[in-house]
Design a protein around this ligand. Structure first.
Ligand code: NDP
Ligand SMILES: N[C@@H](CC=O)C(=O)O
Length: 432
């Protein structure tokens, strides 16, 4: 009789139902790869009364976590319930009980990944989390295994499907932020609380995970400077486009020498850069390695089946390791001490939009300020507003240190001819 591998699911929402569907529909391929039948034995949910069609038998569902975590017949726990403290505790408990764990939870991995990985190592268990970054793109395995021989110096990623969907629909269809967000929620892309998506926190968690693995340096969420897309306006998108840029929420992790910078912000990417054409819920991660040069990985970053594919592929890896009697976490223990760049060491170009009095001398005053603060200009666009009483001025700088740029911004806000600094964005990805 064929061997059976029992799986316990924590959560049966968008991703959880996808996991069950893939296990059932791809059973032939899975059992061929691992030499055993994969069976979902027990599923933890919140609400036993919820209509789940005929996807599961009522006896598979429970509200009692111990029925999943303490079941000796269950070999692997798949955590797809989301949230932080409860999910962390369940994963911890599962590992302490000697069970392998797979999770799609970037919130927990960004905050408590090192604690959980340590327990996994002590207990000789696997802890895999491929689905936690960029949904269906196998980016973590690519960084840890595919590029193991290289020294990665830069990663730039569109790693949040919800915000990419919103920005794409605002840019291409002229739709309103709130309407598109509702649609992204209905499509299952957004987090239970979409604030984490639109405020950039979800992307920050993912870039912290990517940076930790890519630079082999433990990067915490607090190390990531974060700005979301809630202040981005249709005017910003329009003027960005006129100057040759597309707006994206970009996570950046870059390393110079032994120092790194990790950040997430709305960023203007040149139209010709490959990241500019990554639309809707799709994600992409651009990775630069000293030996390999430029690479880019593209695919669906959210949604039921793409995310579940990553989860079930982790499951196959766990079950293969189990048969071989090995565990696979050692490659992810950071090797380097954390060293973060200062604002003087972070360099970028910036897009700046301001309203100024339309008077003789306005430009002289502005350019004097730029000169005093070591900022030189690459592009300028001026649009008259309010019958010529006001000028909308859009500028793109050459590369400047974050320190000098922040001082310039402050000085601009105090300058008499400036009525308001409307917006300011980093621009990244100039093609060499
Ligand atoms: N959706 C996506 O595209 C992606 C999601 N992820 C991550 O995957 C995880 C799951 O996301 P998703 O499937 O969208 O979430 P959903 O909200 O769709 O599903 C959550 C599931 O977990 C159950 N659940 C939640 N809290 C508890 C609890 N305290 N006790 C018991 N059961 C609980 C819910 O039960 P009930 O059904 O009874 O309500 C539901 O079945 C999250 O960590 C998310 O960040 C990662 C990549 C992409
Ligand atoms: N809310 C997330 C889901 C996947 O991680 C996103 O929009 O990318």
């Amino acid at each position: 009789m064929a061997q059976v591998m029992n799986v316990g699911l924590l959560g049966f929402g968008t991703v959880g139902t996808g996991v069950l569907e893939i296990i059932e529909q791809h059973q032939d391929k899975l059992s061929h790869q691992i030499g055993a039948e994969v069976r979902v034995k027990k599923i933890l949910v919140n609400d036993l009364e919820k209509d789940r069609g005929n996807l599961v038998k009522p006896e598979q569902l429970t509200k009692n976590a111990s029925e999943v975590l303490e079941d000796d017949e269950i070999d692997v726990i798949v955590e797809v319930m989301g949230g932080i403290e409860e999910a962390r505790n369940y994963m911890k408990q599962a590992l302490l009980n000697g069970k392998h764990v797979i999770t799609a939870n970037k919130d927990v991995m960004a905050l408590y990944g090192s604690e959980l990985l340590q327990i996994a190592n002590e207990k000789n268990c696997d802890l895999f989390y491929e689905a936690s970054v960029a949904g269906g793109i196998p980016i973590l395995r690519t960084i840890v295994e595919g590029l193991a021989s290289d020294r990665i110096t830069k990663m730039m990623g569109i790693v949040n499907g919800t915000t990419n969907y919103i920005l794409t629909q605002m840019t291409k269809e002229g739709r309103l932020f709130d309407d598109v967000l509702k649609e992204a929620q209905a499509l299952g892309y957004a987090e239970a609380d979409p604030t984490a998506d639109v405020e950039g926190l979800d992307a920050a968690r993912k870039i912290a995970i990517l940076g930790t693995l890519g630079f082999s340096m433990r990067l915490d969420l607090d190390d990531v400077s974060v700005k979301g897309i809630t202040d981005v306006t249709s005017q910003d998108l329009k003027y960005g486009d006129q100057l040759g840029y597309t707006m994206k929420l970009v996570g950046i992790a870059n390393r110079t020498g032994d120092k790194v910078e990790v950040s997430v912000q709305p960023t203007l990417v040149p139209h010709e850069h490959p990241l500019a054409s990554v639309d809707d819920e799709f994600n992409a991660v651009y990775v630069y390695g000293e030996a390999v040069g430029e690479t880019m990985f593209y695919g669906p970053g959210a949604g039921k089946l793409p995310t579940a594919t990553a989860v079930v592929s982790d499951l196959v890896e766990v079950l293969k390791n189990k048969r071989l009697g090995v565990s696979g976490n050692s490659a992810v223990i950071p090797q380097h001490e954390k060293k973060l760049k200062t604002d003087e060491e972070i360099h970028s170009k910036y897009f700046l939009r301001l309203h100024a009095k339309d008077l003789p001398g306005t430009f002289a005053a502005l350019t004097a300020l730029f000169h005093e603060n070591n900022v030189s200009l690459e592009k300028i666009l001026q649009v008259p507003l309010n019958e010529g009483k006001l000028a909308e001025i859009i500028l793109v700088t050459h590369e400047v240190s974050k320190k000098d740029y922040d001082i310039l911004l402050k000085r601009l806000e105090e300058e008499e001819v400036v009525i308001e600094v409307k917006s300011s964005y980093r621009t990244e990805g100039e093609m060499k």
